[in-house]
Design a protein around this ligand. Structure first.
Ligand code: ARG
Length: 852
């Protein structure tokens, strides 16, 4: 997820112009430092000023003359465009620019363009020439063939804007003609029936003068295959290139492109890919633009039988690039009879946007008609909903229910109800920018009793009665937690919710309006509460003195303090001195005088970014490069583990206990898979290693799961790569406060009692206060354990995730190992967090046993 991406440090680009501006500024500041000028000096200054003014006006005049009045300052402008042609059938030979047919049609298109430009005085004056680049089948509508061309103009520098306008207005003319079924007629007999002409200026990033390599690949996607950026996967893509892949499917088919890997520079102004629903990079047909390390769905479909993929790169910072699989999928007959939409007459049903979970194609309309028995109404619930940007009118892609449009992304379920026994739902996508779409379920209900035996939320969702007034917002609009009468064991929040009393004053906003954290008797107003529970005057915070006597009043200040006394809360430098800063290790700032807080910090990053889970989602390849799959000969994946170095892994001790016939305590029973993403698929970054030695904690307790930690030494070092990288170990005094976000990852079961998962899953949880946690769990939670989860339920680790990481991104951006998946009460149950081995408690033990 993006929160993890902040590891990168911003380094400003080298820009000479900007630098000279910076040097210039101090001159004004230095003025007051000058000696007071005498009278003579004033005179000279006056003369100097007059001369300077004269020089400036002369220069200005010259520039004006040069750019506006001199008749020979002309520029070349190139526009790209597409022409839709009626009454022509697409011939296979149009794919070959050397064929006679291609040349013939191309020359007719050129003539036609010339004629169109001749009708506009601005265009006529400056038009030089057009070249036809390629043809494709028309995409539905009236077009038989689409021609893609470039037109070159030569214009006086002052006329550039009117040329742009003329080009844009051309579109309008042609389109209004189209509305009246008219034609842009050509006198000669070989006139073309032109349906539409769309021309656009080229994206300036694609005309950067630094781009020295341009290359074009023509690919027919009838046979599935793959494309990748040059050098992939062994080296990063080349700088300053503009590459185009023209993908063409058989007539009546869509092009499908699925990305397997996509890692580019984070700044889309520098390196990016774009996908077009066209063979020319036309702005109005962009399906997506991507850069960095996108985590969204990366499967795309065209509306017609063509697609264009472009890659543009800049001088510096080059990354691995991409690999994508292409194929084609039949469309025509479905397009005619609706490859989406339909009629439903059952009491219940479900449907989704076309090709879900891939991105829906552009220019598609689907209509679902639902009809239920006369005495009933219809309710439809959208579970997933990603339709472009949020906007009021939803002019682009939308779902229309009862005549009302929905668009944008909706994090919670959205419900709509009908006022009769029928409902019509329409989905529409326009010609650019696609998204993942939606999934929906519908249900018939009796209007007088919409939620039989269940609670009806204000937003019309039905939830189990037991979920009402239990302190959790299950409706998504809070309506199940309104007007509640709290029980004796609960406190009443100001917003009317009831929350268990033991959540009062636990530093987490459980009420949602923070009222459970107000009026907590800690320190007086105007006082600061130290971590050792002392109270000091607020004024003393960050005053450079250790007033709390545990450094906590100086722990979040700009400057770290060297303390007289060390405590359980303070970081100890190698020289034995302790500093006040909280979690100073590997935060890119040298806090210890000996620099020891920044040593051994190559960990916790995703190298190519510049640098069994319940309720989770699939991760992206390389997103958690420290994740390991521990497999035993015979049983396949058993546990998770984390990479600590090129030789050592850490896992849970309970994973390496003999279990009946399985001799899990024996090193030779194991195999570690590093850099793995999909269980059954290894690739060039996956490394398989035998285990040489297992060091389980001597005090591991099989009953309480105390000290649930073990180290594994690999039989040979691994070479780190973009999918294999160590995670940072927190120091013994590292604090993971309650409420902090953390990630759990693994191939374990995706629900209690369920199957392990094929693709590495990730889920976001929060660290839970230990006192709260002890109150929730029936088994003992010791100080050597850490609780994390989502107390509402539904998000947790599960069988098969054991030994894997609970990771936290620190403020500096590095990822630290906070815990190891250890145990839980079922999986994902409400009010039952997951219990993890608390890693800071084992910092010394790890050092002693493997030297890291
Ligand atoms: N012990 C389990 C395993 O071996 C992991 C349990 C974690 N459970 C939980 N609800 N967090 O995979």
């Amino acid at each position: 997820m993006d929160s993890l991406d902040s590891g990168q440090k911003f380094s400003p680009r080298h820009d000479p112009e900007w630098e000279s501006a910076l040097q210039f500024l101090p001159a004004t500041d230095s003025k007051p430092l000058e000696k007071k000028p005498g009278c003579r000096r004033k005179l000279w200054t006056g003369i100097g000023l007059v001369l300077a003014a004269a020089a400036i006006s002369l220069l200005t005049g010259l520039l004006v003359w040069h750019y506006h009045l001199r008749s020979d300052v002309r520029v070349k402008k190139v526009y790209i465009g597409a022409m839709g042609i009626r009454d022509e059938n697409f011939l296979p030979s149009y794919e070959d620019s050397n064929s006679l047919e291609f040349k013939h049609l191309a020359s007719r298109v050129k003539k036609q363009l010339k004629l169109i430009y001749a009708k506009n005085s601005v265009l006529a004056k400056s038009f030089l020439d057009s070249t036809v680049q390629t043809f494709s089948e028309g995409t539905g509508g009236d077009d038989g063939v689409v021609a893609y061309y470039q037109s070159e103009f030569d214009v006086h520098i002052s006329q550039q804007d009117s040329l742009d306008q003329a080009i844009e207005s051309l579109t309008v003319v042609a389109e209004s003609q189209k509305g009246r079924q008219g034609r842009l007629m050509l006198r000669p007999t070989d006139a073309l029936s032109v349906n539409s002409v769309t021309s656009r200026a080229i994206d300036p990033r694609m005309t950067r003068t630094s781009l020295f390599e341009r290359q074009l690949f023509n690919i027919h996607v009838r046979e599935p295959g793959r494309i990748q950026s040059p050098g992939f996967p062994d080296s990063s893509y080349p700088p300053n290139v503009y590459l185009q892949w023209r993908l063409r499917a058989d007539p009546g088919h869509r092009v499908r492109l699925d990305f397997h890997t996509l890692i580019l520079e984070d700044d889309c102004q520098q390196d990016f890919i774009r996908i077009y629903d066209s063979l020319a990079p036309m702005e109005n047909q962009v399906l997506t633009e991507q850069c960095g390390y996108p985590h969204d769905c990366l499967s795309f479909l065209s509306s017609g039988n063509v697609m264009l993929l472009t890659l543009v790169t800049s001088e510096d910072k080059n990354f691995p690039g991409f690999r994508a699989n292409y194929s084609q999928t039949a469309a025509t007959q479905q397009r005619m009879s609706g490859e989406c939409g339909g009629t439903f007459s059952g009491e219940k049903g479900s449907f989704s946007s076309p090709f879900y979970p891939s991105n829906y194609p552009p220019k598609i309309t689907c209509v679902w008609k639902i009809q239920v028995p006369v005495e009933k109404f219809v309710k439809v619930q959208f579970n997933k909903f990603f339709l472009g940007n949020n906007s009021n009118e939803c002019p682009n892609d939308y779902v229309e229910v009862n005549g009302q449009r929905l668009c944008g992304s909706k994090p919670d379920s959205t419900v709509a109800t009908s006022q009769s026994n029928t409902m019509t739902i329409k989905f529409n996508s326009d010609s650019s920018y696609v998204d993942q779409g939606f999934t929906a379920e519908y249900e018939a209900f009796v209007p007088t009793n919409p939620c039989p035996g269940r609670f009806q939320c204000t937003n019309n969702l039905c939830i189990n009665n037991t979920l009402q007034c239990d302190g959790w917002d299950d409706c998504g609009d809070g309506s199940d937690e309104e007007k509640c009468i709290c029980e004796a064991t609960q406190m009443k929040c100001k917003n009317g919710r009831c929350k268990a009393k033991f959540w009062e004053c636990n530093n987490v906003d459980d009420c949602g309006d923070n009222t459970d954290e107000e009026d907590c008797v800690k320190c007086q107003p105007g006082e600061f509460s130290c971590r050792n529970k002392r109270c000091i005057r607020e004024k003393l915070v960050c005053d450079g003195k250790d007033d709390c006597l545990d450094g906590s009043d100086e722990s979040r200040c700009e400057k770290s303090l060297v303390l007289q006394k060390c405590s359980q809360f303070t970081f100890r430098c190698r020289d034995g001195r302790c500093i006040s800063k909280l979690n100073p290790e590997c935060d890119y700032e040298r806090d210890c005088d000996d620099g020891s807080d920044e040593e051994g910090c190559e960990c916790g990053i995703r190298p190519y970014r510049s640098s069994r889970i319940v309720g989770g989602q699939v991760s992206r390849q390389g997103e958690f490069p420290w994740q390991v799959s521990l497999q035993s000969y015979g049983s396949g994946h058993v546990c998770g583990a984390s990479v600590l170095s090129n030789r050592w892994l850490v896992t849970a001790a309970h994973c390496v206990q003999d279990n009946g016939p399985n001799k899990y305590s024996q090193a030779d029973q194991w195999e570690a898979l590093l850099g793995l993403h999909v269980q059954t698929q290894t690739n060039e970054w996956t490394v398989r290693r035998k285990v040489r030695r297992i060091i389980a904690h001597r005090d591991y307790d099989r009953v309480t799961y105390n000290n649930d930690i073990a180290l594994m030494e690999l039989d040979a070092n691994v070479t780190l790569n973009q999918n294999i990288w160590p995670i940072c170990l927190p120091s013994a005094t590292h604090d993971f406060p309650a409420g902090q976000e953390a990630w759990i990852t693994g191939w374990g079961a995706t629900r209690e009692g369920g199957q392990t998962s094929l693709i590495l899953q990730k889920a976001e949880v929060r660290i839970i206060n230990s006192t709260v946690c002890r109150n929730l769990m029936s088994d003992e939670v010791t100080d050597l354990m850490l609780c994390a989860g989502v107390l509402k339920g539904g998000v947790d680790a599960c069988q098969g995730d054991s030994g894997g990481p609970l990771s936290v991104t620190s403020s500096g951006g590095r990822v630290f190992l906070a815990g190891l998946v250890s145990w839980g009460d079922g999986c994902g149950r409400r009010k039952k967090p997951g219990i993890y081995t608390r890693i800071p408690k084992y910092r010394q033990w790890i050092k002693e046993n493997c030297g890291i």
